[in-house]
Design a protein. Structure first.
Ligand SMILES: Nc1ncnc2c1ncn2[C@@H]1O[C@H](COP(=O)(O)OP(=O)(O)O)[C@@H](O)[C@H]1O
Ligand SMILES: [Mg+2]
Length: 618
C-alpha cells in the first residue's frame, strides 16, 4: 500500500488547487440535485392548477440558471483536477528518469529496459487516471449521491429513500469480490506489455543480426506469442471489468423498480404527492450515472494500487555506487593514478575478474593496456570511473583512495571513450561537446581535427549540425569512434581513458590520431586551456599502445608482462608473439578498410609530416 503515499504527498503539496477543484466539482453536482425537486414542485402546481405563466417562467429561468452554474463550476473544477493530474505524471516521469540516471550499470544488468519503459509510460498513465478521472468522478458521484439522498430523505420520505438506494449497498460487496481479481489481472497484462516492449527493443536493436541470420520468421513468431499473451491477459481483464461495470447499473435498476412499486403504493395512500413521486423517479435515474462512475472509481483505485506500488518500488531503488558518508575530498583531480594490488569480482559471481593488478600513470604519460577479450580491461576502466566500486585502498588518485572523492568530482576529472563509443541521436556538435550544455563550435571543430574526422563532418549535409543516428546520417564504425574520441578531447579532463576506441580505424589514421593526442596531452601549455594529461589506452591491437610510456599485458585478469615496446619485444613473450601476428594482419585489413568505407585518404604530405613528428616523439 506504500505506493499510495506518492499520490498523498502530491495532493498535500497542491492542496489548495485540489481543494478549489474538488469544491467546484462538488458544487456543480449539488446544483444538479436540485433539478428533480424543482420539477416535482412544477408537477404539484400543475396538478393543483396553481401554476401561472409568470411562475412557470420563473421555474424555467431557475432550471436554466442551475444548468449554467452547474456546467460552469463542474467544467472549471474538472479542468483544475485534470491539470494537476498531468503535473503528477510529469513529476513522476521526471523522478523515474532522474532515478534511472543515478543507478549503476549493475542495475541495468539485472533489469530489462523494455520493462522500465513500460513503467514510465503505462504505470504512470494509470496513476494519472486515478488522480484526474478518479477524483473528478468520485467527487461528483459522491456529492450527487449524498445530495440526492439528503433531499429525498428529508423532503420526501426516508423509507422510500432506503428502498431506492438499498440495492446500492451491495456495491461494496461487489468490489470486495471482483476488485482483487481485477488488480491481479491488471498487473499481469502490464507485465505482458513489458515483455513485448522488451522483445521489440531487442529485435530492433539487433535487427542487423536478425537479418544476417535470416531469422525474421523466428523473431516474428516470438513476437506474435508475446502479443497473443497480451491479448489473452487483456481479455481476462476486460471480462472481469465488464462484469463489474455491468453489475453496478443492475443494482441501480433494482432500486428503480423498488421506487416504482413502493412509491406508487405511497402515492395511492396519499403519503406522498405526485410531485414527490415524479421527483423520486427522476432522482433514481439521475443517480444512475454517478453510481456507475463510483463503480468505475473503485475499479481505477484497484488498478492503480498495483501501478503505484511498482512505481514506488522503482523510486526506492538505491544505486549500488554512492558517495561515501563522512568527509569527502572535494578537490579537482590532478592526473596521478595508482592501482595497488587490485583484486575484483562482480557481485553475485565468485570468480575474480581482476587479480592483483598494480599499475600507475602520471600527467603527461600514456599507459597502454593490452589483452585478449574478457581479460578484464574494460572492468578496470569501469572501476576507475566507479561505475562499480573497487575494494577499499586499491585505487588511488593523487594519492587518495578514489572512494573518498565525491562521484561527481571523480567523473568530472575523467574523459572516457566507452568500448562501444556510444553516440546520441543528436547533432554532431552536441555529441562532441557533450560535456557542455551549450557546446562551443570552434572547440568542437578543433577536437574533430585532432581525431581526423573533421573532413568527414564537412561532407555531411549540415556539417556539424547534422543529426546522427536514426533521423540523420549513418556513420561508419571508424567515424563513430573518431567522434567519440573528439568528445573525450573536448572534455579536457586530467585523465583520458580510451577503451578499444580505435579498433575500427585504419592504422594510418590511428597513428595520426595518437600523435595528435600525444602532442595535446604532453605539451599544450595551460594558457591554451590544456594541461598535461594522464592517458590510458586500452586495446587489443598493439599498434594503438606501441608508443605508450608503459604497456601492461593483461591475461585472464592478471598482468603477465610490462614495460615499453622495446622492452616487451626483447622479452619474446606474449607481446612479441602478438606483435608478429598482428604486423602481418595490419596491412591486409587496412587495404580491406580502404575498399569498404569512405575513410579519408591521407595525402602523402601528411605522412611526411607525421614521420617528422614521430621522430620527435620516439
Ligand atoms: N557486469 C558484469 N557482471 C559480471 N561479469 C562481468 C560483467 N562485466 C564483465 N564481466 C565479466 O568479466 C570478465 C572481463 O570482462 P571485460 O572487463 O569486459 O573484459 P575485456 O574488456 O578485457 O574484454 C569477462 O569474463 C566478463 O564476462
Ligand atoms: Mg572490453
Amino acid at each position: 500500500m506504500s505506493g499510495i503515499r506518492i499520490v498523498g504527498s502530491h495532493i498535500r503539496n497542491q492542496w489548495f488547487s485540489y481543494f478549489a477543484g474538488i469544491s467546484m466539482v462538488a458544487a456543480g453536482s449539488l446544483f444538479a440535485t436540485q433539478i428533480p425537486r424543482l420539477i416535482g414542485s412544477v408537477t404539484d402546481s400543475l396538478r393543483d392548477g396553481t401554476l401561472g405563466t409568470s411562475e412557470m417562467a420563473g421555474y424555467v429561468g431557475l432550471i436554466i440558471l442551475i444548468g449554467v452554474v452547474r456546467v460552469g463550476t463542474g467544467w472549471g473544477g474538472r479542468v483544475i483536477v485534470h491539470h494537476k493530474g498531468r503535473e503528477l505524471t510529469y513529476n513522476l516521469r521526471k523522478q523515474l528518469f532522474e532515478k534511472w540516471g543515478t543507478l549503476s550499470p549493475s542495475y541495468y544488468h539485472r533489469h530489462s529496459v523494455g520493462d522500465m519503459i513500460s513503467h514510465a509510460l503505462s504505470d504512470v498513465e494509470v496513476v494519472r487516471e486515478l488522480v484526474s478521472q478518479g477524483i473528478n468522478q468520485a467527487v461528483s458521484g459522491l456529492a450527487m449521491l449524498l445530495g440526492a439522498a439528503y433531499l429525498m430523505a428529508v423532503h420526501v420520505d426516508w423509507r422510500l429513500t432506503l428502498a431506492g438506494l438499498g440495492p446500492l449497498l451491495l456495491i461494496p460487496l461487489l468490489v470486495k469480490w471482483l476488485g482483487p481479481q481485477i488488480r491481479v489481472q491488471s498487473q499481469r497484462s502490464q507485465e505482458a506489455l513489458g515483455a513485448m516492449a522488451q522483445t521489440t527493443e531487442e529485435v530492433i536493436g539487433g535487427i542487423r543480426a536478425v537479418k544476417a541470420f535470416g531469422t525474421e520468421h523466428v523473431v516474428i513468431s516470438r513476437f506474435e506469442n508475446r502479443v497473443d499473451t497480451i491479448v489473452e491477459e487483456k481479455m481476462r481483464f476486460v471480462r472481469l471489468s465488464a462484469l463489474f461495470a455491468a453489475l453496478v447499473p443492475l443494482m441501480v435498476n433494482l432500486g428503480f423498480i423498488f421506487v416504482l412499486g413502493y412509491g406508487g403504493f405511497l402515492l395511492t395512500m396519499k403519503t406522498i404527492s405526485l410531485g414527490d413521486f415524479v421527483a423520486f423517479t427522476l432522482y433514481v435515474t439521475l443517480l444512475r450515472q454517478p453510481l456507475e462512475q463510483l463503480g468505475n472509481v473503485l475499479n481505477i483505485i484497484q488498478r492503480s494500487i498495483a501501478s503505484l506500488n511498482r512505481i514506488d518500488e522503482l523510486l526506492r531503488v538505491v544505486s549500488e555506487v554512492l558517495d561515501r558518508k563522512g568527509p569527502l575530498l572535494d578537490r579537482p583531480l590532478q592526473g596521478t593514478l595508482e592501482v595497488k594490488g587490485l583484486t575484483f569480482h562482480y557481485a553475485g559471481s565468485k570468480n575474480d575478474v581482476l587479480t592483483d593488478i598494480s599499475l600507475s600513470v602520471k600527467p603527461g604519460q600514456t599507459l597502454g593496456i593490452i589483452g585478449g577479450m574478457g581479460s578484464g580491461k574494460s572492468t578496470l576502466a569501469d572501476l576507475l570511473l566507479r561505475l562499480y566500486d573497487p575494494p577499499e585502498r586499491t585505487v588511488f588518485i593523487d594519492g587518495e583512495d578514489i572512494l573518498n572523492y565525491p562521484l561527481a568530482r571523480l567523473r568530472d576529472g575523467i574523459a572516457y571513450v566507452p568500448q562501444d563509443g556510444f553516440l546520441f541521436s543528436t547533432t554532431v556538435l552536441e555529441n562532441i561537446g557533450f560535456s557542455d550544455e551549450y557546446p562551443d563550435r570552434e572547440k568542437a571543430e578543433h577536437c574533430a581535427k585532432i581525431t581526423a574526422v573533421h573532413e568527414n563532418i564537412q561532407c555531411f549535409p549540415e556539417k556539424y549540425d547534422t543529426e546522427i543516428g536514426e533521423r540523420g546520417v549513418r556513420l561508419s564504425g571508424g567515424q563513430k569512434q573518431r567522434i567519440a574520441i573528439a568528445r573525450m578531447i573536448y572534455k579536457n579532463a586530467p585523465f583520458q581513458i580510451m577503451d578499444d576506441s580505435l579498433s575500427a580505424v585504419d592504422t594510418r589514421t590511428e597513428r595520426r590520431i595518437l600523435l595528435n593526442l600525444r602532442e595535446l596531452s604532453t605539451s599544450l601549455p595551460d594558457s591554451e586551456g590544456g594541461k598535461a594529461k594522464a592517458t590510458i589506452i586500452i586495446s587489443h591491437r598493439l599498434s594503438a599502445v606501441q608508443h605508450a610510456d608503459e604497456i601492461v599485458v593483461f591475461d585472464d585478469g592478471r598482468i603477465v608482462e610490462r614495460g615499453n615496446h622495446a622492452e616487451l619485444m626483447s622479452l619474446s613473450g606474449i607481446y612479441a608473439e602478438l606483435w608478429f601476428m598482428q604486423a602481418g594482419l595490419t596491412e591486409e585489413s587496412d587495404a580491406q578498410r580502404q575498399r569498404d568505407t569512405s575513410e579519408p585518404n591521407l595525402d602523402a604530405e601528411m605522412d611526411v609530416l607525421e614521420a617528422g613528428r614521430m621522430e620527435e616523439v620516439l
